[in-house]
Design a protein around this ligand. Sequence first.
Ligand SMILES: *Cc1c(COP(=O)(O)O)cnc(C)c1O
Length: 368
Amino acid sequence: MSERPIDVRSDTVTRPDAAMRRAMCEAEVGDDVYGDDPTVNRLQAVAAERLGHEAALFLPTGTQSNLVALLTHCARGDEYIVGHDAHTYKYEGGGAAALGGIQPQTVPFDADGGLAVEAVAAVVKEDDPHFARTRLVCLENSQHGRVQALDGIRAMRRFTRERGLALHLDGARMANACAHLGIDLEPMGCEFDSVSLCLSKGLGAPVGSVLAGSRPFIDEARRWRKVAGGGMRQAGILAAAGLLALDDGFARLHEDHENAERLAEALGGIDGVAVRDGWTQTNMVWLDFADAGLAPRSGREAGEHADVRVGATLVAFARGRGVLLSSSPDHARLVTHRDVSRRDIARVAAVVREHVDLSASGARAARA
Ligand SMILES: *Cc1c(COP(=O)(O)O)cnc(C)c1O
């Protein structure tokens, strides 16, 4: 297949378009460690304003942005409260603990990916030398593509204020959450003491995240960014892409959400594929194959056909048909983005359908 494959593994795979490459090419630059890069400075000023904060900082990745936020809020022996499946806790190599001596206290996410105030309240520690010092609560929005609405966030904001805790948002995909809610970034961003936003996902920049907060918070975060190795030099080349991502990238996210909706609908019509109900609020579609009824559930029932669950072989099959996706044996996450068109959506659905149908007839034949 000579055409570029359709890639729905993640929205991180987007490539800068011609306008973005031109802006990068023409960016005015300086040494950002000296604070001399005008394009980085402009991005930081724009991001701060958009996110409803005094100041912002440009960082190479969302992981470093969250890490720097945690290092700025918390000291060694402090703890932060976080969802059990949150990115900062589970998908960032334990960075807060490994590099900051910051203990995570997990709380199960709600069914919709939020944290209940009561659940958080139950794990806040008293001031007692037996305990780590609770300093921070960290939310994630969107969480696996699901959106936390403003009222729940505000309830958590009131709680953290009462208890003297800081509140951080891992808003890697908060632009998708805000697009879903039909609001700007500011009404959500301003509810937090610090906000991290990825420019390199659905917003379409090749590299970069921004962290926003108060001026003193960002001054301290700049120190930690340097410590973490994130002080870049002529980073304006990247910030130029970030500026377009914040504007044009944000403005078109609803297209990705509509495409995800279409994809969910098309996949929902396939026998043996369960689309997770209510999870497609932004640009993600989650599928479960375990209940497909196509394949035996357990090894014992299954005998030698234990691995016929469709997800196990879907990735290789789809790749052969020009579709890149990620799947485990029993579930898959498909992500739409600016490089996936409406036509591509139909193609992805057709490839999944073809694989499921072939697997079903294969399973029937094996049982017969
Ligand atoms: C992608 C992501 C990050 C940061 O990822 P990087 O790949 O380091 O930019 C943080 N949190 C969430 C929820 C994410 O999806």
